[in-house]
Design a protein around this ligand. Structure first.
Ligand SMILES: [Zn+2]
Length: 441
């Protein structure tokens, strides 16, 4: 197996979530075998992680919420551990040498519940009938033991056994579905490198609604039966959207795209690897809902394939996803990106200017101003570079960093290659200083 290069930011704790993750080792594969009972909301199973030590490790930590821990094995041998404050600290029988490949196996069980955060519950969420997972940014430990940092991307096999009437949707390709007695095991394989926060599972009473056969990448909705027709109508343009994004952002980075419509109202839709989860309130059509379809799809390039090294760089996800909404509007014959940019600028001009886009701080990382201003930087870049250079820059960015990890400095260096005009002043004004620069046009 080809070993992953250590990303530039690998050697430090996340500045916004210093308690999350352990930067002294990297995981390259997770194998989760989980049994879920929706009624009592009971999750039991095992996680097997294949990892590489970047330092000598007498002990190391995994992130895992409150579960009862059964066995913990390192390289097949029982290891000592402590489990408190969301950290599973493991002491292998024999210390790990720098560069050593090792496996960790954790058996655990309990009632998963969301991790509390300023943005509401994160991670595993029980529904009236079933469950869903929306972990961004630090909810993954609500359902599996992990090295919870976005830079540590890995492949996944996810096997979920549950009562047969339920459908299980997870990140990746469905390998097998096996029914024994009254339960069914669904095995998914995600072969693209995936950060923990983008790993998802949905359990519910869903009907598959295939959207497109013509594009190379299958698109399927998983929706409550009664909403199948509404979904087919409201998401009808998604294949065309994917084809357009494929032109401007480069080939779709994954093997499939699934849209789950959970049978609940959700505040916002949420992206996962090759999957997006919407609520019933996101059906009904109109620009405000169509822009969300574009936004979530665009995250497959910006965030999911090209992943941020740490959470300071969140605008690289949200700014480009916001701009994708405006590009889609322009392409689909609606208002052009310049019209959307002008509206965003007017909106921001009337709001407090205390957000530094390039390092917004944990409190403001999902503030709407970050999205709007993020879109505006991309628009300013388009104006500075001109059409041809801008779109070449965009495609090359997703191409060069496909399945990789990036920071804001990488984008600045990348964009500088597409113009003779120094971009430093543009980036400093938009990213480093809180006051709103003048509109690009
Ligand atoms: Zn987003």
């Amino acid at each position: 197996m080809k070993s992953k290069p250590a990303p530039a930011a690998a050697g430090a704790p996340d500045p916004y979530f210093p308690n999350s993750g352990d930067h002294r080792y990297r995981v390259h594969r997770y194998e989760l075998a989980l049994d879920y009972r929706p009624g009592p909301n009971r999750l039991a199973g095992s996680a097997r992680l294949s990892a590489v030590a970047d330092a000598a490790l007498a002990e190391f930590a995994l992130d895992l919420a409150e579960f009862r821990i059964g066995r913990v094995l390192v390289d097949g041998r029982a290891a000592r551990y402590t489990h408190r404050g969301g950290k599973l600290r493991i002491r292998p029988a024999k210390a790990l040498a720098p560069g050593a490949a090792f496996t960790v196996e954790v058996h655990y069980a309990g009632n998963p519940r969301p991790v509390r955060s300023p943005w509401g519950g994160l991670g595993w969420e029980e529904l009236t009938e079933g469950a869903l997972v929306a972990s961004q940014p630090v909810g993954a430990p609500s359902w599996f033991p992990c090295n919870d940092r976005p830079a540590d991307k890995a492949t996944y096999q996810i096997a979920v056994t549950t009562a047969s009437p339920f459908t299980v949707v997870a990140s990746g390709r469905l390998l097998t579905r096996t029914t024994k007695a009254s339960s069914t095991t669904w095995v998914y394989e995600q072969s693209a490198p995936t950060p923990t926060y983008l790993v998802t599972v949905s359990v519910g009473h869903y009907r598959p609604v295939p959207l497109a056969v013509r594009p190379a990448v299958p698109q399927t909705g998983y929706v409550p039966e009664r909403l199948a027709a509404a979904f087919a109508r409201d998401f009808a343009r998604q294949p065309e959207m994917a084809a357009y994004f494929g032109e401007v952002f480069g080939p779709y980075p994954f093997g499939e795209y699934a849209v789950v419509v959970a049978d609940e109202e959700l505040d916002v839709p949420v992206e996962a690897q090759g999957v997006a989860t919407f609520g019933t309130n996101h059906l009904g059509g109109g620009w405000e809902r169509e822009r969300l379809i574009a936004h979530e799809l665009a995250h497959q390039w910006f965030g999911n394939s090209v992943t941020i090294a740490d959470w300071r760089h969140i605008w690289l996800n949200e700014g480009f996803a916001k701009y994708a909404e405006w590009l889609w509007s322009e392409h689909a014959g609606g208002p052009g990106a310049a019209v959307h940019a002008a509206a965003a600028h007017r909106l921001l001009a009337g709001l407090p200017q205390d957000l530094r886009l390039g390092d917004p701080g944990r409190k403001l990382m999902f503030d709407d101003r970050l999205y709007q201003r993020g879109g505006l930087v991309v628009h300013a870049l388009r104006r500075a570079l001109g059409e041809d250079a801008f779109f070449a820059m965009l495609r090359d960015w997703t191409g060069a960093n496909r399945h990789g990890v990036v920071a804001t400095a990488d984008l600045r260096a990348h964009a500088a290659r597409y113009t003779a005009v120094p971009l430093g002043p543009l980036f400093e004004a938009w990213l480093e200083r809180p006051e709103l620069p003048p509109a690009a046009d």
